[in-house]
Write a protein that binds this ligand. Sequence first.
Ligand code: UTP
Length: 287
Amino acid sequence: MKIKKAVIPVAGKGTRFLPATKEIPKEMIPILNKPMISIVVEEAVNAGITEIIFVNSRGKECIENYFDRNLHLENFLKEADKNDQELLIKDIGSKVEILSVRQKEQLGLGHAINCARPLIGDEPFAVLLGDDIMEGEVPGIKQLIDKYEELSCSGVIGLFEVPKSETSKYGIIDGEKKTEGLFKLNAMVEKPMPKDAPSNLAVPGRYVFDSEIFDFLDKIPRGVGGEYQLTDAIELMAKEREIYGAILEGTRFDTGSMEGYLEATIAYASRDEKLKQVIVDSIKKYI
Ligand code: UTP
C-alpha cells in the first residue's frame, strides 16, 4: 500500500527553548525566516505525502493557521506588488491536506503517535518529528518510504552514525547488518554510555510503520520519565515483526536543541552570499 499519510507530533512542551516556548510552539521558531515545521512539511510533501496529521496541543493552533491561507495578507502583498508564493507558502498548503488531532496530556512521543490512530486507520504511515531537520538529495522520509516498499516489512526507521563517544545523547540500535546501510533491528537502547552502546547508529526523528505499531503502543507501560516511549513500542514490535533501520543519506540538524538550532541557522544563512559575509564578519568581531 502506498504511503500517503504522515504524522507530525508537535504537542511537546519544548522546555529546552523556554522562555520562547511559553507562548510560541518550538516548531514555529524560524530558521532565518522559515519556521522549522515548514521545512519538515516540505520534506514530507517532496516525498509524495498528501495528508499531514499534526498531533497538537492547547495553544499550538498557530501551526495549523500557518498552513492555511491568509487572504488579508495575500491582498496586501498583491497591492504592494509582492505576490510571491514563497512569502505566502500557498503552494505547500495547496499540495497537502492538513488535519490535526489533540494530545490532551503530554504523555510522551509514543502516546502522541497513538493519538493519530483514528485518522490513520489501517494504512502504513510516515512519522516526522517537527524539531528535526533532514536535508539531502532525496528527502529523508522518502528514503525510508522507498525502503519500506522494497522490503515489505513492518517498519523502517531512519539512522545516522554518531561518534561512539556521543552515544549517551541518542537512542541507539542493536541491529544485524543486512546490506550496506541497512540493519535488521533487534533492540533499541535509550542513551547508553559508550561502553554499553551496542552500535554507533542513532535514531533521528524519521520513521515509517504499518498500522500494527498502534497495537504495540497500546501494550507498552510508561517508560523513561514516566512517558509512553515510541522506542519501547518499536523494540516490542521488533521482537515479533521485521523492522529495519536504514542509514539516511544527507545532513541532519537536531533543531530541538540550542546547538543544533544554531548550526542549522548558520548552514542556511551560509547559502546566501550576503548572509555568509555577515557570519564571517560576526565571527571575527565576536569570537
Ligand atoms: P521532544 O522531547 O524532543 O520535544 O519530543 P519536547 O518535549 O517538545 O521538548 P523538550 O525536550 O521539552 O525541549 C520530540 C517530538 O515529539 C513531540 C514534540 O513536540 C517534539 O516534536 N511530543 C513529545 C509530543 O507531541 N507529545 C509528547 O508528549 C512529547
